[in-house]
Design a protein around this ligand. Sequence first.
Ligand code: HEM
Length: 119
Amino acid sequence: MKQDIQSTEDIELLVDHFYSKVMQSSALRPFFKDLNWEEHLPRMKQFWRFILLDEAGYTENVTNKHLHMPLTKELFTDWLFLFHQTVDEYFEGPKASLAKTRATLIGLGIQGKMNLLED
Ligand code: HEM
């Protein structure tokens, strides 16, 4: 039986495995390939510790970070599919569900602001 997401190590595993999937996706990889990973990965992990482990200190507006990117509905579908798949591969429980729900809601929020939900 799988465990729930409970620790910093669990967040590390989740984020690292998620990005290894993202980098195998020809549609998503271009958005990430030139990122400074030494900055991006710690921020993603801090974000998920904030959401899932109630750690204080993440204050960025995640939606705004995405508004300049040429994103589409399909890219959100791919991103969310890989994120949900990664969570389900390793974890099970209330925090695992919360991770998937929050990612979905944030994805919808970004798409709404980008007017991608209209048709
Ligand atoms: C099409 C789907 C998505 C793509 C291609 C994408 C791409 C990116 C990229 C390239 C960055 C780095 C921005 C930068 O530092 O310049 C980023 C940041 C981030 N994204 Fe996404 N994203 C997507 C969807 C989502 C969703 C659904 C979430 C929901 C959890 C999310 C959460 C974040 C967070 C937390 C950051 C870090 C913001 C920070 O620097 O503090 N992204 N995203």
